[in-house]
Design a protein around this ligand. Structure first.
Ligand code: ARG
Length: 564
């Protein structure tokens, strides 16, 4: 039973004539100051029915209520304030955490329901950008959070591997490309070709036309066009997979846009049969005026398909294949119009399950206040940033703990973890400035700070001469700094649920920071290892803290080394 339920039940026992248990629960508040107790019940709602002033009702309630589980229950003005029995609460939480271990906070809300998560989705022949990093780490965290709550997440990498840009790239390759140069440095070389041909196509319509023709050939299954395209894709994937290896992220499916190239006719025909396709200047569109959106362009004049045509086929395929309970798209906020159009077209076609599709959007990453753009070749590659983060973590470890045995491994966990954590602690709709110094710092609201708190606990536990005992908590319960930790540990299951509901890993990242801070505060004033009567209780407290810190980090895809 959680603390709110405890309070609600106690109130319900004396109020069942006036309010339901649900009504009571919804009225319970958390007082602003802890001097007013842990939870409070306002009596205003009852004044009319009981024909008494709220102050008097509160006073009566405080007297009538069964005080079991509470240190005290008292009325302050129109409020009934509940002070939890701290020893009992602490015992309950710590016993639960120590017994459940990493499973603490797990719950079966999803009943195994499928949740496809569209994440990462870089574009082949282009660098893996910082924006794709966001999608990858946010998507991966959302998958882990959903799995903890009993859903079956399905991680799909919807690679950008289809479209007219590849027709243009084939044109460039045929004009200037050199196989050996590309093989030596695929993404950089392909990007150069892409930048060059885009500039040319802008000046010269004939070049643009040639690119268009090559894409048409791809869509018509032309052998040469597809061979060159496949090669672009293969060499790009070698690089992307190296990055995924560094990030420690795996996918269930690598089905890019090209996977749907033979699945688009069906949805286009379907839209046509439902009378939704209209001709406009030779192109086929779906009118979305009633959604206050621009028309969706489904097919160009020459019959070529577009990004949205492929996403329509994708959505239908995912519903058919996975019969999802919800379908998530972790994609930058700049595509919000696209996803509104996508859902609106599906809705028009009568697919009500489109309501279960959510665009989990996120803000833009800047560097020095400027946005990244791959079009003009101005790009900071994620891989370089990751390597640099690891190097800086190495330097920090060399200073702090030069004798560390598995330095390389820990530096990798700290460096990569720092980049991921920094990304995830930001409310996803906000952007952030990519600042490696800040990310890898052991101080401040960073991943390394949280990792270090965990490692510090592990080191204390290694030195301990006794084993944790969650029934020896009278000291812990009366220590205000320890009480902050207890309250945070108790809150973890709610935190996980809130993060899932809002598709917001930052809820967990912020929680991890505050739990690490609470531990450091406690540790600064208590000699945990002192051999006195309270020792085993203190060990229980810090061991439970380590378990929850590690699990919070795991949900964010960040490792928690035992030494660092
Ligand atoms: N490749 C796209 C990009 O880099 C993202 C694709 C997102 N997923 C989707 N189903 N549209 O912008």
């Amino acid at each position: 039973m959680n603390e709110k339920q405890l309070v609600a039940n106690a109130l319900f026992a004396v109020l069942s004539d006036s309010l339901t248990l649900e009504e009571i629960t919804s009225l319970i508040e958390r007082p602003k100051s802890s001097e007013l107790g842990d939870l409070a019940f306002p009596a205003f709602r009852l004044a009319k029915e009981l024909k008494k002033a709220p102050q008097m009702i509160a006073a009566d309630l405080a007297e009538q209520i069964n005080k079991e589980g509470f240190e005290k229950v008292e009325a302050t003005g129109p409020y009934v304030n509940f002070f939890l029995d701290k020893t009992a609460t602490a015992k309950g939480v710590l016993a639960e955490v120590l017994e459940a271990g990493a499973d603490y906070g797990s719950e079966d809300l999803g009943h195994g329901g499928n949740v496809p998560i569209d994440l990462s989705a870089p574009n082949i022949a282009k660098p893996f950008s910082i924006g794709h990093l966001r999608s990858t780490v946010i998507g991966d965290a959302i998958a882990k959070i959903h799995e903890k709550l009993g859903y079956n997440p399905i991680k799909i990498n919807h690679l950008g591997d289809w479209g007219k840009q590849f027709g243009l790239l084939i044109t460039a390759y045929k004009k200037y490309g050199d196989e050996a140069t590309i093989m030596a440095n695929p993404i950089d070389e392909l990007l150069k070709l892409y930048v060059q041909i885009n500039a040319e196509a802008k000046e010269d319509p004939a070049v643009d036309e040639e690119g268009r023709q090559w894409f048409l050939k791809m869509e018509q299954g032309d052998e040469e066009a597809l061979r060159i395209w496949k090669w672009f894709s293969d060499v790009s994937l070698i690089e992307f997979n190296r990055i995924y290896g560094k990030l420690g992220i795996e996918f269930d499916f690598f089905t890019g846009e090209s996977f749907y190239s033979d699945k688009m006719d069906a949805i286009v025909d379907d839209l046509d049969a439902k009378g939704l396709l209209h001709e406009s200047k030779g192109a086929l569109i779906v009118d979305l005026e009633k959604y206050n959106l621009n028309p969706a362009l489904i097919k160009k004049t020459d019959g070529a398909t577009l990004y949205i045509t492929r996403d329509l086929a994708t959505a239908v395929y995912r519903k058919k294949t996975f019969d999802f309970v919800k379908s998530l798209y972790v994609v930058g906020g700049e595509q919000s119009n696209h996803f509104m159009q996508l859902k609106a077209v599906l809705k028009e076609a009568g697919y009500d399950w489109s309501d279960d599709m959510t665009h989990v959007s996120f803000g833009m990453v800047t560097q020095g206040g400027k946005k990244f753009s791959t079009r003009k070749g101005h790009v900071v590659k994620l891989e370089m940033a990751l390597d640099e983060a690891v190097t800086r973590a190495q330097q920090q470890i060399a200073e702090k703990n030069p004798d560390l045995a598995n330095k390389e491994e820990v530096a990798h966990q700290v460096g990569v973890g720092a980049v991921k954590f920094f990304d995830l602690k930001t409310d996803r709709k906000n952007g952030y400035d990519f600042d490696l110094d800040e990310m890898v710092s052991f101080e401040g609201e960073t991943g390394p700070y949280v990792q270090y708190a965990h490692a510090r606990i592990q080191s204390i536990l290694r030195k301990a001469t006794a084993t944790a005992d969650a029934s020896n908590l009278s000291e812990v319960a009366t220590d205000p700094e320890a009480w902050e930790i207890i309250k945070a540990l108790k809150d973890f299951p709610n935190i996980v649920k809130r993060a899932a509901e809002q598709y917001e890993p930052s809820v967990i990242a912020k929680y991890a920071i505050s739990l690490a801070q609470a531990f450091n505060k406690y540790y600064a004033h208590v000699r945990v290892l002192e051999e006195n009567a309270g020792l085993t209780g203190r060990l229980a407290l810090i061991q439970a803290t380590a378990i929850v810190l590690k699990e919070a980090l795991r949900l964010l895809g960040v490792a928690a080394p035992d030494t660092m």
